[in-house]
Structures are given as structure tokens and as C-alpha cells.
Design a protein. Structure first.
Length: 266
């Protein structure tokens, strides 16, 4: 698949676990290390956001083990997934834990790494293109721009119990971050928008909602902050989604390099 010797890629040792980011969907965004791991792994424990085209790159004979977690649906418990990784490694397998996006950006990679460390299982963390950067880029939206936004904040749209995160200082983010990128926010987008507007964001500030980013099924809606939740609901966007709040969204009108215009304009 790739010349690992020429690139001097590290050995994927038996009895170890690699926590690898698969990116937001497009196989072309895989890193050389991710491809190397797919070419060597005995077991691939993958989550719900890994594109099927990426799983097809696993070496012949590798065991594909689904461990996806999706909100509102029956899912494996996180402790059970971590225990599975440990057990497979102790069987002497090369274990690839494959995660959509980046394993350590709202991907529970840190939790799994801690479990492996506690079990004294060797591991490596391989970063991936997180959806909060890759998704906007494929929608023609730079998350920073020297003339518009010199800071960006990445925020989860729901807490571990499925509610709007109460530990997030929404007022501080609204006032201090010119660009806000929300992960997993569709269920609470109306409430989050209300909090941001109450904290001083303009109701007509542009928002982009990107569904199934970087895949052939990508859709992008552009609306005002006040109307974003209603527009998304009417369009019945499919998860996963990334939401971008900020004036950088207006650049999409000129930077839509993929050629898929918005379903709705602000």
C-alpha cells in the first residue's frame, strides 16, 4: 500500500494498540501512519463514523470489530470497548482502534489511552483530520482568517448525559471567540443559539451546518444564528454534522471549491 521502509514508519508491534484518526470521511485525508496501520493490523476496532471506503483498505484477513457509539441508539459501553482493546492486545494481536476524525478531539481517545496505560499495554496515538477543520474546509469555510477571525473555539454540543453541556461557559465563548465550531450539536442547536444570542451574538450572524462532511453525501446549509435550528430541522439533515458560527461562513460564497452550493443562504 505504501513504502513504509522508505518513509521510515514505526513497526506496528504485536500486542500493541494504535489509536488512529481516520479523518471525517474522505479516504484521501488518511495519514501515512493510518494507511500503515490498516496494512498491518490483525484486528480493527472501528467506530460508527468511519467511512466504509476506509474499512475496505484493511489488509485481507484482518478482523473488523464494530464498536460504534451513536447518540440515542443502543451502543457499546465505553469501559467495555476499552476492555476489548486490552484483551485483543493480550492475545498478541496488532490492534487498530480506528476513529472518525481525530481520536482525541471529542473521540474518547484519551479515555482509551488511559485504560491501555493502566493495563500496561503499549500504544501509539495517531492524529487525524478532525471534522471541525476538515468539514468547514470542504465547505469552503476557513475556520480562521487574518482579516476576520484570529481565534476559533471547538465545543461539544451535548454532555455525556445527552443534555446541553452546563460546564461550558457559553457567555465567555460567545463574547471571546469570533468563530465557534460545534460538534454533535443538532439536538440542542436551538437552545445553544439562544444562549449565544443572549450573550451578545447577533441573531443574523451566519451559521453553516455541514452534514456528512467530506463524503459524496455532504450537504451544507447556511442560515442565520436565530434560524439555524429551524432550517436544519426542515431540511432533515443526516448526522453527523458540524456547525460553524461566525463571519467566516460568508467566505463560502467565494470559496466553495467543491461546487456544492448551500441549500439555504443567510
Amino acid at each position: 500500500m505504501i513504502d513504509s521502509a522508505r518513509l521510515q514508519l514505526p513497526e506496528f508491534a504485536a500486542g500493541s494498540v494504535w489509536l488512529v484518526g481516520a479523518g471525517p470521511g474522505d479516504p484521501g485525508l488518511l495519514s501515512a501512519l493510518a494507511l500503515h496501520a490498516l496494512d498491518r493490523a490483525d484486528s480493527v476496532v472501528y467506530d460508527a463514523l468511519v467511512d466504509p471506503r476506509i474499512l475496505a483498505l484493511a489488509r485481507p484477513g484482518a478482523v473488523l470489530d464494530y464498536a460504534g457509539k451513536r447518540g440515542g441508539r443502543p451502543s457499546p459501553r465505553q469501559p467495555d470497548i476499552s476492555a476489548r482493546l486490552v484483551a485483543l492486545a493480550r492475545e498478541g494481536r496488532r490492534v487498530l482502534r480506528l476513529k472518525g476524525g481525530d481520536p482525541c478531539v471529542f473521540g474518547r481517545g484519551g479515555e482509551e489511552a488511559l485504560a491501555l496505560a493502566a493495563a500496561q499495554v503499549p500504544f501509539r496515538i495517531v492524529p487525524g483530520v478532525t471534522a471541525g477543520i476538515g468539514g468547514p474546509a470542504y465547505a469552503g469555510i476557513p475556520v480562521t482568517h487574518r482579516d476576520i477571525a484570529s481565534a476559533v473555539t471547538f465545543v461539544t454540543g451535548h454532555d455525556r448525559d445527552g443534555t446541553v453541556p452546563e460546564t461550558v461557559d457559553w457567555t465567555a465563548i460567545a463574547r471571546g471567540s469570533p468563530v465557534i465550531v460545534l460538534y454533535m450539536a443538532m439536538s440542542h442547536l436551538g437552545r445553544i443559539a439562544g444562549r449565544l444570542i443572549a450573550a451578545g451574538r447577533k441573531a443574523d450572524e451566519p451559521v453553516a451546518i455541514i452534514s456528512r462532511a467530506t463524503t459524496p453525501q455532504q450537504r451544507v446549509l447556511v442560515a442565520s444564528l436565530a434560524d439555524a435550528a429551524a432550517v436544519a430541522a426542515a431540511a432533515r439533515l443526516e448526522a453527523p454534522t458540524i456547525v460553524v458560527v461566525g463571519e467566516v461562513v460568508r467566505l463560502r460564497a467565494r470559496l466553495d471549491w467543491l461546487g456544492k452550493g448551500p441549500d439555504s443562504a443567510a
